[in-house]
Design a protein around this ligand. Structure first.
Ligand code: BG6
Length: 477
């Protein structure tokens, strides 16, 4: 009996354009929402669409402007991924490199060239690219002119982007993700859908309308991807992490089920092809009226995704008791604190078994192949004078999560295509904008204020992960 990972399992790492590329105004790139979110206290209200910041303002530091400048370092970085033995590298396209304003009819050739060279570089090292079409980014022009994803016109712009990418990169890319963590619309709507709320607006209505547009756009992307190249595989992407009831009290179980539904809502549509009844009932209760056409519903039904990808950092806890509200930080949305779990320096609780539970829950719900496209530990690293970091804490975290993932495959029989750790090279944190919250196997000399040489150095975990991949997950050190 096979006791390990399947042959051809796609080991690798993941990044997002705005968190690593920098070069925000180079080669014709247009301004995007992800550029104008500064580090500091106002970051979250901006991300959440509550504080308006549509351009750079005096007195703020915007980490995405330069980030780790992967735009100019990609060859060196991909060579390091190759040295670790990556089978895949998950990256995202900066929409405003391809269509600087978003509504042009013709793409920006310089932007297309950049990714073409990058994909070719990946293949040179035997790495299969896994491409997120939008990882939180939206050209600012589309936000100012059309209001972001609340507007149906976005379907047209997104389809044009997708057609351009699928045509140009045919034969170079076969794995695509339509929207990073699509459920973030509900928690970080400026990042998730370019939404800024005007005074007095029904925010839930706007969010679900935007969600509908993204869901239809995702179905169109799947359709077009298959038409252009039947080899293409298209996945959805969820910020996952199963909810546990806080106690065995039935009302806590009910609360956990409701919270899970809020997340699975998106995947229920993308994987099963229709709006679930619980969502329709919720909209009825809240007086939400999502405008949709018969054609939209047919697209959702006919073009479901090929696989389900997700990020996993932690499980979450829900309570039906209004008195219980001690929260802990998590991936954008906070959860009730789980007393049985340790936490990272940022308060994200650590739960490897929760990954096995989440894998099983998703598998039981959909029976579609899965892909873990983010997992990792954000921690403060202290390098020696050569940039070397002894990051045993990171190795421990990853070892336990990989073991849980192996159990889910070997003992439970879930189907998993691959695993890409988050931030395989240190990059800017999406949640806080910090550099000191590091996830990488590769240390990058840059700090929260943007100072540093950008020099790349291998951490202890670099060598460890290399061995994990070389043995197809048999040797976890
Ligand atoms: C996910 C995102 O939310 O988690 C990434 O897809 C993000 O973009 C990652 O970086 C980790 O979160 P953070 O806030 O630690 O960067």
């Amino acid at each position: 009996m096979n006791k390990g990972f399947p042959q051809g399992f796609l080991w690798g790492g993941a990044t997002a354009a705005n968190q690593c590329e920098g070069a925000y105004d180079v080669d014709g790139r247009g301004l995007a929402n992800v550029d104008v979110v500064p580090i500091g206290e106002e970051r979250f209200p901006i991300i959440a669409g509550q504080r308006k910041m549509f351009d750079f303002e005096e007195g703020y530091f915007y980490p995405a402007k330069e980030s780790i400048d992967m735009y100019h370092h990609y060859k060196e970085d991909i060579a390091l991924f190759g040295e670790m033995g990556f089978k895949t590298y998950r990256l995202s396209i900066a929409w405003s490199r391809i269509f600087p304003k978003g509504d042009e009819l013709e793409p920006n050739e310089k932007g297309l060239e950049f990714y073409e060279k990058l994909f070719k570089e990946c293949h040179k090292h035997g790495i299969e690219p896994l491409v997120t079409i939008t990882h939180f980014d939206c050209p600012m022009h589309l936000i100012e002119e059309y209001g972001g994803w609340r507007n149906r016109k976005m379907l047209e712009f997104y389809e044009r982007l997708c057609r351009t990418l699928f045509t140009r990169y045919k034969g170079l890319v076969k794995y695509w993700l339509t929207f990073n963590e699509i459920n973030m619309i509900l928690h970080a709507p400026f990042m998730g859908a370019g939404l800024y709320f005007e005074e007095g607006e029904n925010q839930e209505q706007v969010k679900y309308q935007a969600a509908h547009h993204e869901l239809v756009a995702s179905a169109i992307a799947t359709k077009v991807a298959h038409e252009i190249d039947p080899e293409n595989k298209v996945g959805c992407m969820l910020a996952a992490g199963q909810y546990y009831p806080n106690t065995a009290h039935p009302r806590d179980y009910w609360a956990a089920l409701q919270e899970d539904r809020e997340n699975y809502f998106f995947i229920d549509v993308q994987a099963r092809g229709e709006y679930p009844n619980y969502a329709k009932k919720k909209w009825e209760r809240l007086g939400i009226d999502v405008e949709m056409t018969e054609e939209d519903l047919a697209l959702l039904r006919d073009y479901t995704v090929d696989f389900i990808s997700f990020s996993y950092y932690s499980s979450r806890v829900a309570s039906g008791d209004p008195e219980v509200n001690e929260k802990t930080e998590g991936n954008i949305f906070a959860s009730i604190k789980n007393p049985y779990l340790e936490a990272s320096e940022w308060g994200w609780q650590i739960d490897p078994l929760g990954l096995r539970i989440t894998l099983n829950a998703i598998w039981d719900r959909y029976q579609k192949p899965m892909f873990i496209v983010e997992n990792g530990l954000g921690a403060i690293d202290t390098p020696d004078e050569n940039g070397y970091v002894e990051d045993d804490y990171r190795i421990d975290y990853l070892r336990q999560h990989i073991a849980a993932m192996r159990d889910a495959i070997v003992e439970d029989g879930v189907e998993l295509l691959g695993y890409t750790t988050w931030g395989c090279i240190d990059l800017v944190s999406a949640g806080t904008g910090e550099m000191k919250k590091r996830y990488g196997f590769i240390y990058v000399d840059r700090d929260n204020e943007g100072k540093g040489t950008l020099k790349r150095s291998k951490k202890k975990s670099f060598h460890w992960y290399k061995q994990v991949i070389a043995t197809n997950g048999q040797d976890l050190g």
